[in-house]
Design a protein around this ligand. Sequence first.
Ligand code: C2E
Ligand code: CA
Ligand code: CA
Ligand code: CA
Length: 280
Amino acid sequence: IKGESGSRCAFFNETLRQRFQQEASMEAQGQQALSEGQFQPYFQPKFDIQHGDRLTGAEVLCRWIHPQKGMIPPGQFIPVFEKSGLIVQLDRYMFEQACSWYRRYLDGGGKRINLAVNVSRAGLLREDFVDYYVRVKEKYGIPDGVMELEVTESLALGGEELLCQLVCELQARGFTCSLDDFGSGYSSLNLLKNLPIRVLKLDILFFQRSVDKVRERIVVRNIINMARELKIRVIAEGVEETESVEFLRGAGCDIVQGYVFARPMPLAEFEALLAEAAGK
Ligand code: C2E
Ligand code: CA
Ligand code: CA
Ligand code: CA
């Protein structure tokens, strides 16, 4: 028996060691990839389901286009970069890409749309967080009210006051703040009491793997009602079925972002979609 547990332990250590090595190598490659421009912004469109499913904007999602491995999805590298801190540089890079594109888009006569980027917990905790985002926004002459920063409630763990303060400051300086992955954990409901966010993104899990559609809808409908009373807009994420869109429309949800309308897409495709929407 002793020998058995010993070898299991050795196996475990070996797996752990491999994982550390993989992470260290991904981290090193990430650093290089960032300097070589291997990360690309993809755009997932958002649609206003209360106004004719009109295209209202997009969330910018990161894709790593690796020269050998091809496209690596964020689920494989974001958690590693979050541990190492590289995520802060990556988020800032994505934001700068988004602003620079938005400038060109406006210069080309594009109509105002809403553009959201993700901000990690590590980024929020940086001393120069607000200054950096404001500076880049101003550098590209991005108007107030179009850039949205998506934050997750994880920051509130022990830092609710800080999160509130940051959200206030950002919104005073022309950003919109949204609470991402709402309902996926921690103190969501409690947080809504104090956090002055303007948008709430219903977690993707509300619309996936529900055992009971009736129960799913009771929960979702009541979150939407609560948000509306608080004057918070609701985005439903991860919606894949037309049936869910109809339900959400009836429940008073404002915006849907999900495969039912469109997947995250490269810039050229998104621009084509914008042009098509402008022509309507
Ligand atoms: P997220 O911020 O919650 O983004 C939404 C994710 O849901 C995206 O996954 C999107 O492709 C996916 N999604 C949207 N609609 C559907 C649907 O109808 N069905 C299904 N099955 N999935 C849908 P993605 O692009 O793989 O990103 C995963 C996560 O990685 C993001 O979750 C976000 O937490 C993180 N991430 C991506 N880009 C960035 C970034 O630039 N910075 C940071 N900090 N995190 C990022
Ligand atoms: Ca997000
Ligand atoms: Ca989300
Ligand atoms: Ca997330």
